[in-house]
Design a protein around this ligand. Structure first.
Ligand code: PMP
Length: 386
């Protein structure tokens, strides 16, 4: 329109690097089976919907969130069995916590920028938060099997002395659960380098291990370690509740940067309600893990593709022929992605995220019927693409 093409000097006030950024991709999913964002497919059972509605109707929405905010912290501490001497803070999704950590570790103008280190491919919000807060982001490539390159990570920790080391455990988008001993050595090295290690356990409901066990068993080695979780993959992605746990001295500092009322009262009440019915969500997670194994087995039978092992509620699938040049592999994956979409199924084409992912799709594990529909669409789209 004419209004949009008129000059807008105020735009120059927005940082040039922000103007040059790509926005986080939220794909439109209207009319499609949504298997692109690692959501829980089951939703709230009807009898709980009614009870939740009644609870929400009584929330004092004229007041800022107060005591119920603290009740939620206490309920999450019980739910996670918070290690002794640790504290917990809340974020509007763990995305907000990632931003707050970068904000707290970034330095003022004139000082050497602080470094952030993560293996890559991993969660895209880590580099995004680093860039927004003028931290230097350093990526260490994963090995071809998507496990940690321990020697390269150790060398990076020693030379960069990063303020923040991120380990997504399990990793998004690969689904990998890192080798435990390698992880312990990296965390120890990060402690010696005087930095913070953040273990991002967004996919913990589907994983065989949690790093909280190590923190409980060896507390002295974990004063510099933060463990981050979210209720999103537990079944509450729409409610936006993430939480960060660690030594109370660290948490109390980071919590100062949090906007005071960062979680809405309705969302707090929803999360409390869900935790009172945790067994319902635990059972859903069990079903998803079971479906993941069934899906993996079916994908292994699909000729020409390679599913990677996963401890999350997603499976990374290489659809392009192994060894194809990156651009050809990416074009092939795009074609399969579009073919699936034309058949009503939305997954995520991760080819553009990282060169190692060229030719890969990330499939969220849905219900048994969702997965059957996805497999049918995938099989047909692959046949068309070949
Ligand atoms: N960490 C990882 C590894 C993720 O994959 C995601 C979401 N996909 C998040 C954090 C953010 O989750 P949320 O903001 O919903 O808590």
């Amino acid at each position: 329109s004419a209004a949009l093409s008129a000059p807008l000097p105020a735009l120059e006030r927005i940082r040039a690097d922000v103007q040059a950024m790509h926005a986080y991709l939220v794909q439109s999913s209207e009319g499609l089976l949504k298997l692109d964002a690692m959501e829980n497919p089951y939703g709230l059972p009807p009898e709980l919907q009614q009870a939740l509605g009644e609870r929400l109707g009584r929330v004092a929405i004229n007041r800022y969130p107060g005591t119920r905010f603290n009740d939620l912290k206490a309920a999450l501490a019980r739910h996670a069995r918070l290690p002794e001497g640790w504290a917990l803070m809340l974020g509007n999704g763990s995305d907000e916590l990632i931003t707050l950590l970068a904000l707290c570790c970034s330095r003022q103008d004139g000082e050497q920028p602080a470094a952030m280190l993560a293996p890559m491919p991993s969660f895209v919000m880590y580099p995004l938060a680093a860039h927004l807060h003028h931290m230097d982001f350093h990526a260490v490539p994963l090995r071809p099997d998507f496990q940690l390159d321990e020697a390269a990570m150790l060398a990076a920790i020693e030379s960069l002395r990063p303020a923040l080391l991120w380990l997504s455990h399990p990793n998004n988008p690969t689904g990998t659960l890192w080798d435990e001993a390698a992880m312990a050595r990296l965390i120890e090295a990060q402690g010696r380098a005087g930095g913070i290690a953040v273990i991002d356990e967004a996919y913990q409901p589907f994983a065989a291990r949690t790093w909280l066990d190590a923190a409980r068993q060896r507390p002295a080695e974990h004063a510099h370690v933060l463990v981050m979780r979210t209720l999103s993959k537990f079944g509450l992605a729409g409610v936006r509740v993430g939480y960060l746990m660690g030594d109370e001295r660290l948490i109390s500092q980071i919590d100062k940067a949090r906007p005071p009322y960062n979680l809405g009262s309705l969302n707090i009440e929803c999360a409390l309600f869900a935790l009172e019915h945790a067994s319902v969500f635990d059972e859903q997670a069990r079903l998803i893990r079971q479906e993941r194994e069934r899906l993996q087995a079916s994908l292994h039978r699909l000729p020409g593709t390679r599913p990677y092992p996963s401890e999350g509620n997603m499976v990374l699938l290489r659809v392009a022929p192994e060894g194809a040049p990156a651009s050809e592999a990416a074009a092939f994956a795009r074609c399969v992605f579009e073919g699936m979409k034309a058949r009503g199924v939305l997954v995520r084409d991760v080819s553009a995220m990282h060169p190692m992912l060229a030719g890969c799709l990330r499939l969220t594990v849905g219900s048994a019927s969702d997965n059957a529909r996805m497999l049918a669409a995938l099989t047909a789209a692959l046949a068309d693409a070949l």
